[in-house]
Design a protein around this ligand. Structure first.
Ligand code: CA
Length: 423
């Protein structure tokens, strides 16, 4: 039972009406307190909650949990316990912070040790990720890029409509919101030049994505069925998959993305569980042609999540440059995971699976500057009167995401990263 999702529940922890983190969200993250304590926690409104402390005080005694499961610097051990345990813990946290429940509410001493203003804690990488895979699952994005790189006739490769295309990325350069990145350097072939050059990237871009985080999968040689895939998915984060378009363009054939992608990917720090997203479940776009049998899933397997991208200049002027939605993705997360393991490739706890750039059908919903500026030919206007085709040093990008069904809003907060000059 998902008692934590009760839309009528109110918390004794004060929240604003527009918070991404009402008591019905209860995401999981890892944070560092001012006293140098690293702990696993959750969040209600602007209050970070130390789950390690709550466990030590006996608040989870009715759930079978290792005593140190929240006193870790990643969520991996907790995720390994499996979906029934994730659910029990979320339900119990909802109960502890319910406005009718006085056991913690009236204990000032306990509260002082358990609750922290979010501004006073530093969010850390929530999981240890051994492998990062990036898909390419937005038809609008694949069409736009295909038209720009290969022309309208060959925009979509013939395999694209039959399976979720993906590649293996680098987990070593996944960073958490708030960390800055350096403009990457690399080899490019300037237009009309007869030999390549090496230097700072001149076409630094974002990719508006989300990523799902897995639990342990099956043994090597076994596959995860499309209709059981959600049991192996812990939750989701916002994901900005940084891209150096000039490096990418020169290196990508014949083996695909490499150094144009591997220098950084940024994630939001709070992992929102699939359980919390349940009220926002919705249908994916109609798939025509019909997928092969192993990719056909029952019911709605995607979620209605609004995604906004903001560019802030070094001087502090902010402009919303895109507004898209997770539900536009042609291939859903269950199909992605089923396809990924269909050859018997195992997944591990903490693996990160990027959705691919999520572009919507309209020009203001494109998920990259490559598309928003149409290959650099249509500069993007900013609120200070300047324009961008690609990013400048000093620019910051933040992606925000939230679901709202009219009854309840839950969100992901943001992933925010600033671009520093090349070394
Ligand atoms: Ca990507």
């Amino acid at each position: 039972m998902l008692t934590a999702n009760d839309p009528n529940r109110k918390s004794w922890v004060k929240t604003s009406d527009t918070t991404d983190f009402p008591i019905q969200n209860l995401p999981f993250g890892v944070f560092l307190t001012e006293d140098n304590l690293v702990t696993i926690g959750t969040r209600i409104g602007d209050t970070a909650i130390d789950l390690g402390g709550l466990h030590q005080l006996g608040f989870f005694n009715d759930i079978e949990l290792p005593s140190d499961v929240f006193l870790q610097d990643t969520l991996n051990d907790f995720i390994t316990l499996g979906r029934p345990t994730w659910r029990k813990v979320r339900n119990r946290v909802a109960e502890i912070f319910d406005i009718e429940n006085k056991e913690l509410q009236n204990n000032e001493d306990y509260k002082e040790h358990i609750l922290f203003p979010v501004d006073s804690v530093q969010m850390l990488m929530p999981v240890f990720t051994q492998d990062y895979t990036d898909f390419y699952s937005s038809k609008e994005h694949a069409m736009n890029v295909g038209i720009m790189f290969r022309g309208k006739e060959n925009a979509l490769m013939p395999n694209w409509v039959h399976m979720p295309i993906g590649y293996h990325g680098r987990s070593s350069s996944i960073i958490v919101s708030g960390e800055n990145i350096r403009r990457p350097k690399g080899q490019t072939m300037p237009k009309d030049a007869d030999k390549p050059v090496f230097g700072p990237c001149k076409a630094l871009d974002i990719e508006l994505e989300m990523a799902f985080i897995t639990s342990d999968g099956k043994h090597i040689g076994e596959s995860i069925n499309v209709n059981e895939a959600e049991d192996y998915i812990f939750g989701m984060v916002l994901f900005n998959d940084w891209s150096a378009r000039d490096i990418q363009k020169w290196e990508y054939q014949p083996l695909g993305p490499f150094l144009g992608k591997s220098f950084a990917s940024s994630i939001s720090p709070w992992v929102v569980t699939l359980d919390a997203l349940e009220p926002y479940r919705t249908a994916s776009p109609v798939q025509d042609p019909k997928p092969l049998e192993n990719l056909i899933c029952e019911g709605d397997r995607t979620f209605d999540i609004n995604l906004d991208v903001f560019l802030e200049t070094e001087e502090g002027v902010e402009t919303k440059i895109s507004a898209s939605n997770f539900k536009h993705l042609y291939w859903n997360i269950s199909q992605q995971l089923a396809h990924h393991t269909s050859n018997g490739c195992p997944i591990n706890v903490g693996d990160m699976m990027g959705s691919g750039t999520i572009s919507g059908p309209t020009e203001d919903s494109f998920g990259s500057m490559l598309e928003l500026s149409w290959g650099g030919t249509k500069p993007i206007p900013l609120n200070d009167g300047s324009t961008r085709t690609y990013l400048k040093d000093g620019d910051s990008i933040s992606i925000k995401g939230f679901s709202d069904n009219g009854e309840l809003r839950i969100g992901f907060g943001e992933v925010r990263t600033k671009i520093l000059p090349s070394n």
